[in-house]
Design a protein around this ligand. Sequence first.
Ligand SMILES: *[C@@H]1O[C@H](CO)[C@@H](O)[C@H](O)[C@H]1NC(C)=O
Ligand SMILES: *[C@@H]1O[C@H](CO)[C@@H](O)[C@H](O)[C@H]1NC(C)=O
Ligand SMILES: *[C@@H]1O[C@H](CO)[C@@H](O)[C@H](O)[C@H]1NC(C)=O
Length: 250
Amino acid sequence: MGPVAVRGALLGCLCLALGYLCAADKLLSGIHEWKKLILVQHWPETVCEEVQNDCRDPPNYWTIHGLWPDKTEECNRSWHFNLEEIKDLLPEMKTYWPDVLHPSPNRSQFWKHEWEKHGTCAAQVEALDSQKKYFGKSLALYQKLDLSSVLLKLGITPSINYYQVGDFKDALTRVYGVVPKLQCLPPREGEAVQTLGQIELCLTKEDQQLRNCTDPGERPAPGQGLGLGLGLRVCEDGPFFYPPPKKTKH
Ligand SMILES: *[C@@H]1O[C@H](CO)[C@@H](O)[C@H](O)[C@H]1NC(C)=O
Ligand SMILES: *[C@@H]1O[C@H](CO)[C@@H](O)[C@H](O)[C@H]1NC(C)=O
Ligand SMILES: *[C@@H]1O[C@H](CO)[C@@H](O)[C@H](O)[C@H]1NC(C)=O
């Protein structure tokens, strides 16, 4: 065997060993299969902290990061983003799906990225098989699940005090009837506590109804999962910080 073949064989073994977690396996086979959707919402203040970007007055409500099929990305590179197709959705897009880091009014890079990476895969199901449907459905789910109001009603507001991961997860599980996944930035040097950054709620592929993010008996995927940003990872049990947006002075 030449070096390439050896590498292929090694990858193959590794993939067998790691089972469904193995991305190389999917690349080798070229299959874009997925089982569930993940509505990913992020907390703008933490997004800003994550990249140490001095965002100007980030929204003080949860915003959409994306609607992601699990296990696959970039399913059709020739299906380009077209802002024209979602013209009617723009007011809602700008409010609920802003590019927190680059808030210029007419910028659509973030939506283009989400469409090309995730939307083209989601489009395998009829309810999501156009850009208008994909973004429209994402907005509708966001509004239906209404995370920001749910948290307010639970009395969970951004605070300088800490919350406990267990309590927070239990409260959301009671409301939604399914277990969400929480992602945090690990404590920075000199800090003691992680910072909540992202909340994932999972949906069925067929009819986009809430479901648990993990199947019974399935171990939650460790580490970062697909396509996450720089420093987020599954929150560890224990305290976390849900930071109030910093106000910039005008
Ligand atoms: C990819 O997208 C293009 C443009 O929408 C479409 O014509 C083509 O059929 C798609 N290919 C697949 C494999 O879905
Ligand atoms: C944004 O787009 C709208 C409509 O296309 C245009 O009227 C407006 O001038 C643009 N604003 C900026 C800041 O480019
Ligand atoms: C979802 O997860 C919870 C907690 O692990 C479990 O009690 C429940 O039965 C699960 N629901 C389904 C439909 O698997």
